[in-house]
Every structure is written in C-alpha cells, then in structure tokens.
Write a protein that binds this ligand. Sequence first.
Ligand SMILES: Cc1cc2nc3c(=O)[nH]c(=O)nc-3n(C[C@H](O)[C@H](O)[C@H](O)COP(=O)(O)OP(=O)(O)OC[C@H]3O[C@@H](n4cnc5c(N)ncnc54)[C@H](O)[C@@H]3O)c2cc1C
Length: 417
Amino acid sequence: MFDRVNVGESCWASTAQLPTFGRLDRSLDVDLIVIGSGVTGITTAHLAKQAGLRVALLEADRCGSGQTGRSTAHLTAVTDVPLTRLIERIGAARARAIWEAGFAAITRIRAEIRDARIHCDFAWVRGCLHAPHGVPGVQARAALAQEAAAAHTLGIDAAYVDAVPGLGGPGVWFDGQARLHPLRYVSVLLDRIDGDGSGVYESTHVDAIDQVDDTVIVSAAGHRVTARYLVVATHVPLPFARFEDDGPQPLVNVSTSYVISGTAPAGPVDEGIYWEHRDAAYEYLRIDRTDRDGAPDLVIFGGVDHAGDEPAAPAERFARLERRLAQRLPGVRIERRWSGTIVDSIDGRPLIGEVRPGVFVATGFGGNGMTYGTLAGMMAVDAARGVTSPWADLFDVRRQGGLPGPWERAPDARAVC
Ligand SMILES: Cc1cc2nc3c(=O)[nH]c(=O)nc-3n(C[C@H](O)[C@H](O)[C@H](O)COP(=O)(O)OP(=O)(O)OC[C@H]3O[C@@H](n4cnc5c(N)ncnc54)[C@H](O)[C@@H]3O)c2cc1C
C-alpha cells in the first residue's frame, strides 16, 4: 500500500503517546463506519459519537500512522491555489466561501482543544506567503502585491511587506492562522470514541466494500461491519470503494514531500508558518518559539516534492533541503528527517462529499489536510445525519473541476475511488 513507504519517523512520533486498540474480532452493526484513522477519520468518528451515532473506526495499522503524523501541521485557511487564480476560476463569492470553510475548521479545532483541555502546543500564529527561491524580486513583488489585493477583495486580513524579517524578500502576512502538535491533538479525540456502542479497531485492514439497498457492508479482518453510512477517510484512493454504476470518478495527483526538523537559537525569522508563492510544489517552514528564556526554536522545513508516492533518492533530497535551510536559517541542528504523501485534486479544491448515497469520501487536501480533514469530518457527520453542509457544492466530489479536463496538471492522476 503506497502510504506505507515513507522515510523516517517525524518529530511528532517521538513525542506523542496514542492510545492502543485491538483488532476487529467480531462482526458488527453500527450507524456509521469510518475507514482510516488520521485527522479526518478521527474527527469524523469523534463528532459522530458526540452527535449520538454508534461508530466503528477501522484502521489498517496504528491510529495516526498515516500522513497526519507526518504533517508539519500548519493550520491555515489560505489555499494552495493562489487567491488571484481562485477568484479568476470560481469568482470572489466562492473563493471567500473556501476561506470561511477553512476558518470554520480551524475554529472547530480550537474549540475541541479548549473544551477537552488538550495540551498540543496550539498557538495562533501569522502565516506568511513569501517570494519563491530563485524568482526575480520585481516579478515576486508584483505577484505578492496582487495576492494581498485579492485577499482584501475577499475581506481577508492580509498585509503586503517588501521584506519579510529574516527571509528578506517580499511577502504577504495573514493573521489568525495557527499550528499544533498533530498527534497530541488527535490522541485526545481518539480516546473519546471507544465505548457506548462505538469502537476503534487497529490492525484492521478493510479489504472490500459493498452496498446492498441502504446498507453498506465492509469486510475487514475476516469480519463484516454493516451500517447505513460509510466515510472513506483513507487520504489515498481506495480502488475497491468504486462501484460499477457510479459513472466517471474524480481524479487526484499523488506526490512525495520531504521534511527536516531541528532546533536553533531564536533568530531573526519570526515565529509563524511560511510557504513559498508557487504554483506547484513549494517549500514550507514552521518556527515554534516558546516563552521559556533561552529555549531554542523548533524549526521544521519541507519541500523538494516529486510526483508519485515512492520516495526517490531521499538522501539527496534531504541534503538539498538542509542546504536550502542553511541559506535561510544558518545554525539549525537537524534532528529528524522524514517524507510523506500529498494528495492533490486536479483543480486544487479538496474533494469532500458523497460518491453515491451512503458513501462519503474525503481526499485531495494538498498541503492543507489538517484543516480540510477536520472540515471533512464536520461535513461527513452532517451528511450522515441528513444535514446539508453550506460547503457541499464547493467541494462536491462529482464537480466538473474534479474530473479530468483542461486543468493544469494530471500526469499521475488516479481515480478517487
Ligand atoms: C510532509 C507533509 C507535510 C504536510 N504539511 C501539512 C501542513 O502543514 N498543514 C496541513 O494542513 N496539512 C499538511 N499536510 C497534509 C496532511 O498531513 C494530510 O492531508 C492529512 O494528514 C491527511 O489526513 P487523513 O486523516 O485524511 O489521512 P491519514 O492521516 O493518512 O490517515 C489515513 C489512514 O487510513 C488508513 N488506511 C488506508 N487504507 C486503509 C484500509 N484499506 N483499511 C483501513 N485503514 C486504511 C491508513 O493506515 C491511515 O492511517 C502535510 C502532509 C505531508 C505528507
């Protein structure tokens, strides 16, 4: 399975303790089945249980062992697709709705953290979209000034600056973004799912899905789980979740991204989350600063993505990342190196919704999966309860822009289901 080939353990894995659960050992009937236990599946199962549904959360491996534990966990409502492009494509009202959807998800995360008193290093920080490496200053300035103007058109709090402290080139600051420790966050939600007719099952690989009338039947670990509603939260496509009569399926692109992390004395670059203004793969940086006197910054830096989900020449890619980081922030003591899988939709908007009545999928999150995975959980539980989400059309998995067409890149595209 292609999300099992990542290189190295992330900086979160060593500092998080997730609860453990047994393998599925009997057949079950519940209200909602969730396949996949990353931020999307855990959020879905947690919210569903809160809403009074009986849930079975089925995870092939350990909970949190997918991409959620490999994320750099920038929580941002700023899309990977530049705002100028988004407005051009779908208009200002819908571009604004995407921002609101992202923000609703971050607000939800904040509320969970507050209500359950989760210690997961959550902090509101500024996000900075900055000039990409190697692009001439004049060109970068014009493009970033346009991004700031587009943000203002949408009523988003953003400020253009000619020189980002510590990085030098132009950038746009977005207020009200955030970051957290992804595994500490999900571990507390996970703890609240098991019991009262709901259960979490690890080492439970789902092998087949079927639907007979209004009942979804999932085969896993030699047993059958039945429910009225299924949420496929596996991040990467599940080929067997496709049904013959479903018609054309939306496509995704899969790529591999590399990350290094370490510590450094607090330097000229402000605490925050940073990412390059680029169409395709971009470099991303996160700086966590603590209030403790003399405590070093946690520095996380990623990029050098390539198409496909098999890591390619990782040693060379990590070396390239280290050189790039040293140019920006000299003196970081590198402690961890890892890679992970990014799944993009063809039009840059996540794919969240029903592929058919009773079967909900959530994928195509790009670099915003902590935000969109949470949003998907909120939307999935609404859908399972028959409530129409305000964002259902925007992220509809059957939309035209999610289907093959004259969009920018689909060299390695796969069907979602
Ligand atoms: C290097 C990197 C950096 C990133 N940085 C950011 C960031 O800064 N901000 C951000 O918002 N997003 C970021 N992302 C994206 C984000 O991490 C992902 O989009 C998000 O974690 C996906 O969550 P998920 O729950 O959908 O999937 P996952 O966390 O991958 O969970 C899916 C689970 O499904 C399980 N599964 C798969 N198949 C089966 C099966 N047949 N049966 C049972 N279980 C199955 C897997 O074992 C896995 O545990 C980053 C991703 C990477 C790789």
